[in-house]
Design a protein around this ligand. Sequence first.
Ligand SMILES: O=C(O)C1=C[C@@H](OP(=O)(O)O)[C@@H](O)[C@H](O)C1
Ligand SMILES: C=C(OP(=O)(O)O)C(=O)O
Length: 396
Amino acid sequence: MRGTAMLPASKSESNRALILQALAGGGTLTHLSEANDTQLMRRLLAHPEAEVFDAEDAGTVMRFLTAYLAVTGRRTTLTGTARMLERPIGVLVDALRKLGANIGYLGREGYPPLQLNGFEPGAATTLAVRGDISSQFISALMMVGPLIPGGLNLQLTGHIGSRPYITMTASLMRHFGAQVEVRDRDVRVAPKPYKPADYTIEADWSAASYWYAMVALGPAGSQIHLPGLRRQSWQGDQAIMYLMDPLGVHTEFVADGVILRQAPAKERAGHVAMNFTDCPDLAQTIAVTAAATGVTVDMVGLESLRIKETDRIAALQNELGKFGASLTAEERDMFRVSAPQLHVNGQSVATYHDHRMAMAFAPLALRGKIDVETPAVVRKSYPFFWEELRQAGFKM
Ligand SMILES: O=C(O)C1=C[C@@H](OP(=O)(O)O)[C@@H](O)[C@H](O)C1
Ligand SMILES: C=C(OP(=O)(O)O)C(=O)O
């Protein structure tokens, strides 16, 4: 396999930039993501007086808008898909209530849908927030921090997952003129207003992971050029370049992006350990690629996978099993993915309303025929994924 593949722009950067642009009252965003999550955020922000905000299945939209709408004093309802109503939001609601937001639960306590009933700045500006459920709660609070009279001081407690997304939030906030410091468990945001700024969004490293998988599984000598990725990135999922090295993919930065090259098979590891605490969205790509390349991977840091678009651990276990691979729980929160022999012979892969299930399993088509159920799920982050595969020579 050879050629160039186009990536969507980062949906994490895009969705932060849209909130910051709204709070700053201007600035031009270039290369906003085509992802449904981003297009949805853009549409919802364009109608701030709406009576109901439907975040669909987009975690960042649900969490970031909750903080944005609450602190800007809106009276409105926030809801989402059936799965979104199972994804927790209590940590964020508790924190916003302490800051002065009046928020009620319309269904189950701790989960959407939410009723927002205005904002009266309270006395609290220092809050303890747990970091082990979703970093999106912390990012959401940080972005509204400059609007809180007296600023905001978050003390993060417990195990902190997805930390690079917190530092990405801080970096983008600074780009829009905010004063923010992140030191270990201490996050401080000054009550200094945002200023309009222009920003060009980088390509999406999480989306790039599927091309790493294709280079790993393609014929000897496979290589792919991915324009739009930067060496200096705010995306923690740039870690894919290190995680894929033992699975036989080398990364070279070129002027306009990266070139991925398959390494000789003898350079692949036999058994490696990897930690996904900082990059949970890469876990599915690695699990499938490891199974297909015969590398055993001990995976830790998978806790948050249970509360994403689906229970991604259960989904991986079911679908890997269809190919003769396994993801088994071992001691101390470790999961081992292994496959003595992978059989790809026409299996149908269920996708569980999860874009990453579809895209992580798609590269198995390089080893035989597969059916991916409900392929349109990719629209959440990478709507033209199948089109790019066709361009790369896949028969569909
Ligand atoms: O802030 C963000 O843009 C994201 C944070 C991560 O979620 P968690 O913090 O819930 O792990 C990640 O999985 C998600 O795809 C995007
Ligand atoms: C977990 C994801 O998104 P979100 O939490 O924003 O719905 C994802 O894109 O893998």
